[in-house]
Design a protein around this ligand. Structure first.
Ligand code: PGA
Length: 462
């Protein structure tokens, strides 16, 4: 029986290895390596053109007429004609000579540019063949190493692509690619990765897509102004073993800037991701004490909290500064956690709904659904933060529904159904289950109770 091997990279990304015919795959895009209609010189328009019909060829000709031939390592898309996929991404790998002519780096850019293109198109899944191993003669082990190394690095930065499938033409090539993945895991000491095997019959791409689009909960720690780098290190040593096999929820830690390097180094390759608590909206410049999105990415952050109520209360942040920060965070490839929430007086005078609506519309202004794919919202009633008072699960659910409706108005219904909305405000081990078992509550942003490994791990295991 045919088996498929799944590699769960922690976080939200997965790679699937299978033997089969790439032209038959139901996926958002399949990658077509090397064809003569796009390249100068020889080659053949192979299986994908045969299966997809003349429309693809026609599009390729138009691309060549407009932009010229496709250089090795670049990628362009066409629609997919009669194929099941929505797009075909065309890329050309190197012809292997002796490995000393930059072949590996050209092959890496063929994978990289294909994946980046899919990500720019807003796609969730891409299927790759073994680019350049066929008539191009790249030795299989070397090609698999380049493919896996590149795809794993790129998946870590992708905003939209979460599933890469390697659909390989022979069982021998399949085992070569799986072996390369195991080597990557060892080399990266990635203890948070997990390999599983299922049968091809059990694999249903449609169901798979629905599951990936369902709202996996996020348990995020906001350490505020607590912990020196040494204390952060100690926390990680205690915390990591307590959650090491946890897959049900995504785990994010947002330490103070000064601790980010320490925490991300320790979390590297695990199921824990790192975020910052703020960022500035300029790329760089004479802005003493500020930190840019690019700097955060460079230090290992994937997430950033924006517009926390303490920033709004004590540091003069407004709905407009939240909007600026959201835009640059998305531009930098970070997943923003945008905080909204009413203060006590607003709740008591019955204007909670107006406040939430205003905060959302202003924060989201000028942002497209495609760009905002990785955004998360945190509902944090200000009167519940650090006070021991918690919104009841019902109150939180009501607020979440309102925020989801607001998101639907701005970004459309489909986006809103996927948007994850976290609750924050005195979340503790004792109330985590009641809050997080609400279908409307897609996770928690935890302040005080995230400072101790023991209590934060209990919340993660809600
Ligand atoms: P708290 O803080 O859990 O200490 O109430 C939550 C937050 O401010 O994000």
């Amino acid at each position: 029986m045919n088996t498929i091997v799944r590699l769960d990279l922690g976080g939200a990304a997965q790679i699937i290895f299978e033997a089969g015919d790439i032209t038959e795959q139901q996926t958002d895009a399949i990658v077509n390596a090397a064809n003569s209609s796009l390249m100068g010189g020889g080659g053949v328009d192979g299986a994908i053109h045969r299966a997809g019909g003349p429309a693809i060829l026609e599009e390729c000709r138009r691309i060549v007429a407009r932009d010229g031939h496709l250089p090795p390592g670049e990628a362009v898309e066409t629609t997919a004609g009669k194929l099941q996929a929505s797009y075909v991404i065309h890329t050309v790998g190197p012809i292997y000579r002796d490995g000393l002519h930059g072949e590996s780096s050209i092959l890496a850019s063929a994978y990289r540019n294909s994946l980046r293109l899919a990500d720019r198109l807003g796609l969730l899944s891409v299927a790759f063949p073994a680019i350049s191993t066929g008539v191009y003669g790249f030795p299989a082990e070397g090609a698999a190493e380049v493919a896996l190394g590149t795809v794993i690095d790129e998946l870590a930065m992708a905003r939209n692509v979460r599933l890469v499938r390697f659909v390989l033409f022979s069982p021998a090539m399949l085992s070569t690619f799986i072996q390369a993945a195991i080597e990557q895991q060892q080399r990266r000491e990635a203890t948070g990765w997990n390999f599983t095997t299922t049968t091809q019959e059990e694999f249903n791409p449609r169901k798979e897509k629905e599951a990936m689009m369902s709202r996996k909960k996020i348990i995020a720690a906001n350490w505020k102004m607590y912990k020196t780098p040494e204390q952060a290190r100690q926390f990680m040593h205690e915390f990591m073993p307590l959650v090491k096999d946890h897959k049900r929820d995504e785990i994010v830690i947002c330490p103070p800037f000064i601790d980010i390097a320490t925490v991300s180094e320790l979390a590297n390759g695990s199921n824990i991701e790192v975020g910052a608590q703020n960022l500035y909206w300029e790329k760089e410049g004479a802005f003493t004490a500020e930190i840019s999105g690019e700097m955060l990415v460079g230090a290992g952050c994937k997430w950033v909290i924006i517009g926390h109520s303490e920033r709004r209360q004590y540091f003069g942040e407004t709905d407009d500064t939240v909007n600026h920060r959201l835009k640059v965070a998305l531009e930098a490839g970070l997943a923003p956690i945008v905080c909204v929430g009413e203060v006590k007086e607003e709740r008591e005078s019955g204007i909670t709904e107006d406040v939430l609506r205003r905060q959302c519309t202003r924060a989201f202004a000028g942002v497209s659904a495609r760009k905002a794919a990785r955004m998360v919202v945190a509902y944090e009633p200000v009167w519940a933060i650090g006070t021991g008072l918690t919104a009841t699960p019902e109150m939180a659910s009501d607020a979440h529904q309102l925020i989801r409706r607001e998101a639907a108005n701005v970004f459309g219904e489909e986006y809103a159904q996927q948007l994850r909305i976290l609750y924050g405000g005195s979340v503790k081990p004792e109330n985590a289950h009641a809050l997080l078992s609400q279908p409307e509550i897609d996770g928690a942003l935890v302040g005080g109770a995230s400072l101790k490994a023991d209590s934060f791990s209990k919340i993660v295991h809600w």
